[in-house]
Design a binder for this molecule. Structure first.
Ligand code: NAG
Ligand code: NAG
Ligand code: NAG
Length: 488
């Protein structure tokens, strides 16, 4: 088996769709009832955080550095592509070695200092990768080592859009352009190097039954991963097309996509779709991918010839494909959520579009910059057969299409308002999907999309009990609760 190791934060190049985001912050008060925590100003206050920063600066090796407000490094470390995910920390530390990160975690635990762990900062949940305490920026963990083979021509099951990092993407599950062929990214991990909450460094492989299971979807609850070893695959040139539809083109486009998805396909293909609401108007977008220089003759013909507003064909390297896809522009305020769906049929898509349009028109009255989007993640029916049991997905007996719901707006005073509306719209959409005969009541929500407030049961189903037991064993003092995220 060929493998490659990625230090914790290397860009996996490819990543999530136009509508894919995720982070901002609150106190070291952990909210155990709802299973999530934000990090914010704890009682100890900012002065104590500064003392912790200084102490860290003294104890780490020259490979690591601490940055303070006013420096360009500090500014860069605070940044998230969604502004509402940012918080100004007392300092930012860029650990350069796992040993230094261990020292840092010990210091933070001993002083009970809230902290954040950020890789590329793709979360749209306030406080999930930001803090008023000590910000840990993982950007120095950016080496890639290819094992057992020299040269190029290899790929891993990585993220779908340029801009998503490795850290949170992998420990959250990992849907990829290659998932139809190989499963989720967690299904391709052969080893994690983990800095445990007590500061010790541990290599975690399938022999560590519990921890290996927990790290595959269990996010930042068990420590901080500093290295991932992933299976690799030979990579040829690929083919793709990005298409946009507006006005009268929308209905034929989603109907044709639904029809396409209802038939058996070959697993080298992969698709993404986006329903977007902007200023009273619905548009539709799709990206079609094939993992070879050309798709089979008739695979995408019906879709490619649909009347469209824009179309660009991408041929060449996998890297070219991924970097050609449009990245979402930086957004001021935003949340993302997961809306599990079993099949994107035309009636389901029509119901989703009707709801998005109605809610968009209503919300526009409150902030006329509001943007809504629903991201389709079509995957094959057997994707969960590729892996061994993992924290996520909790049930591998059927495929859940994670589907992202995106809200963007500008007025900060409306954050709670938009949060409440997003939860309500998610419930309305879920009801519609159930009315169309799809039993999604207990379907798992994807941790990397889920909005804060999603329950652990919604994310991890029947795995919650085991994950809590593993947590007790490896983080008995709940040090990882000092950082934000869904808390097991
Ligand atoms: C984000 O916030 C910063 C600081 O509050 C501000 O300077 C910037 O203009 C905001 N918007 C974007 C898109 O970065
Ligand atoms: C991958 O490519 C190498 C040559 O670079 C070849 O030896 C190997 O058989 C290929 N593996 C597969 C699974 O095609
Ligand atoms: C929104 O649409 C209205 C017409 O429906 C138009 O007058 C207005 O300029 C648009 N606003 C933006 C920001 O595009």
């Amino acid at each position: 088996m060929l493998t490659a190791s990625f230090l914790g934060c290397a860009l996996l190049l490819p990543a999530l769709l136009v509508v894919t985001v995720q982070g901002y912050a609150h106190c070291a008060s952990e909210d155990f009832d709802t299973g999530y925590a934000r990090t914010q100003t704890a009682l100890s206050g900012v002065d104590n955080y500064l003392l912790t920063c200084e102490s860290i600066a003294k104890s780490v090796s020259p490979a690591s550095q601490v940055f303070f407000p006013g420096s360009p490094e500090f500014k860069a470390d605070m940044r998230h592509w969604v502004n509402s995910s940012s918080e100004v920390s007392a300092c930012s530390v860029r650990p350069g070695t796992a040993q230094d990160l261990g020292l840092i975690l010990r210091e933070l635990g001993a002083t009970h200092t809230p902290f954040a762990v950020k890789c590329s900062g793709h979360t749209s949940n306030p406080g999930f990768s930001s803090t008023r305490g000590v910000h840990i920026q993982m950007s120095r963990f950016n080496d890639i080592t290819v094992h057992e083979k020299e040269g190029t021509g290899l790929n891993v099951v990585g993220g779908r859009l340029n801009g998503v990092g490795v850290g949170g993407f992998v420990v959250g599950g990992g849907y990829s352009w290659k998932t139809n062929q190989y499963g989720l990214t967690v299904d391709t991990v052969t080893a994690f190097e983990l800095v445990l909450p007590n500061g010790n460094i541990k290599k975690v492989t399938e022999e560590d039954k519990d921890l290996f299971f927990a790290l595959k979807g269990g996010l930042n609850n068990y420590g901080i991963v500093t290295k991932y070893t992933l299976k690799t695959h030979n990579q040829t040139d690929v083919w793709g097309v990005a298409m946009g539809f507006s006005g009268d083109q929308v209905e034929p486009a989603y109907t044709a996509l639904a029809n396409f998805l209802s038939k058996p396909k070959d697993h080298k293909g992969a698709q993404l779709g986006t329903i977007a609401y902007n200023n009273g108007t619905i548009s539709f977008g799709m990206v079609l991918f094939y993992d070879a220089p050309k798709p089979p003759c008739d695979l995408y013909d019906d879709l490619v010839k649909l009347p469209n507003a824009e179309q660009s064909i991408i041929e060449g390297s996998f890297m070219k494909f991924v970097t050609s896809l449009p990245n979402p522009p930086p957004v001021e305020r935003s949340y993302l959520d997961s809306v599990p769906v079993l099949h994107y049929t035309a009636p389901v898509l029509k119901s989703i579009i009707d709801e998005i349009k109605a809610w968009g028109d209503k919300l526009k009255e409150h902030d006329n910059t509001v943007a809504l989007a629903f991201g389709l993640d079509p995957f094959e029916a057997d994707i969960f057969t590729h892996g061994a049991p993992s924290a996520f997905p909790p049930d591998r007996s059927y495929t859940v299409l994670p589907s992202s719901l995106f809200f963007g707006w500008t007025d900060k005073s409306l954050d709670q308002f938009f949060y409440d509306n997003m939860r309500a719209l998610n419930s309305a959409l879920t009801e519609k999907v159930i009315k169309h005969g799809q039993d999604v009541k207990n379907a798992a929500h994807y941790p990397n999309y889920a909005v804060y407030g999603t329950t652990l049961e919604q994310l991890y189903g029947a795995n919650v009990k085991r994950l809590r037991e593993i947590k007790k064993q490896f983080d008995p003092f709940r040090i990882m609760d000092l950082t934000g995220g869904f808390k097991i």
